[in-house]
Design a protein around this ligand. Structure first.
Ligand code: VGL
Ligand code: ZN
Length: 204
């Protein structure tokens, strides 16, 4: 299997191995249908991610879950001149992970965008995620969650620039699509940067 040239030679099979980790991006109630910043079909990532979670747990591979964790009055909120309705405010139901997301007790939770005056779409920005991954000997990241065109896009970009090999979980991402093609554009950008697109059925 050759994964060195993802655009021309996408892999047919991906074998999980030591050094692999799963990153679940922002699967929080406010990003699901009924939430304050609902991602269309955002709930559909949960079943897909549960399959990956089971595969990683079966191999005792580490899982990280990022969460948007904003103080009330965060700078990204429209009330403060930002682009978004209030969402993922600390210790509110909207900030909780989806109830049916089967995170293992061993999952590491990474809170981001926790300061009132700074937004952060990437799970690496202003967090110790990279240090934790390095300390655990992680080399390859399998990344899915919400939203394709914001936090997944920025997390994948930073993962690649930190030197990780990145598999983009195409069956476990959904886009906000402020503009209709934002999600598709984000996927193309991630692959152009070096992310390898895959889906769960390719795991062996
Ligand atoms: C996100 C918009 C605002 C995301 C977070 O998780 O993709 N999007 N804050
Ligand atoms: Zn946010």
């Amino acid at each position: 299997m050759n994964t060195s040239n993802p655009i021309n030679h996408p892999p047919q099979a991906v074998h999980l191995q030591p050094g692999d980790a799963l990153i679940v991006v922002d699967v929080q109630n406010d990003f699901l249908p009924g939430g304050s910043l609902a991602v269309p079909h955002g709930d559909e990532v949960v079943a897909a991610l549960n399959r990956y979670l089971a595969s990683f747990q079966a191999r005792s591979l580490p899982v990280y879950a990022t969460r948007d964790w904003h103080p009330a009055g965060h700078c990204s909120f429209q009330s403060q001149g930002g682009p978004w309705p209030p969402h993922c405010i600390v210790n509110t139901p909207g900030a909780q992970f989806a109830a049916n997301l089967q995170l293992p007790p061993s999952a590491t939770v990474i809170s981001k965008a926790t300061r009132p005056d700074k937004d952060a779409y990437s799970g690496f920005e202003g967090t110790d995620l990279d240090a934790r991954l390095r300390a655990t000997g992680v080399r390859r990241l399998f990344i899915g969650g919400l939203a394709t065109d914001y936090c997944v896009l920025n997390t994948v970009r930073d993962a690649l620039s930190c030197g990780y090999q990145v598999f983009l979980l195409e069956d476990a991402i959904r886009a906000v699509n402020v503009q209709a093609n934002d999600g598709v554009k984000a996927e193309r950008a991630m692959v152009a940067q070096g992310a390898v697109p895959m889906e769960w059925k390719m795991l062996s």
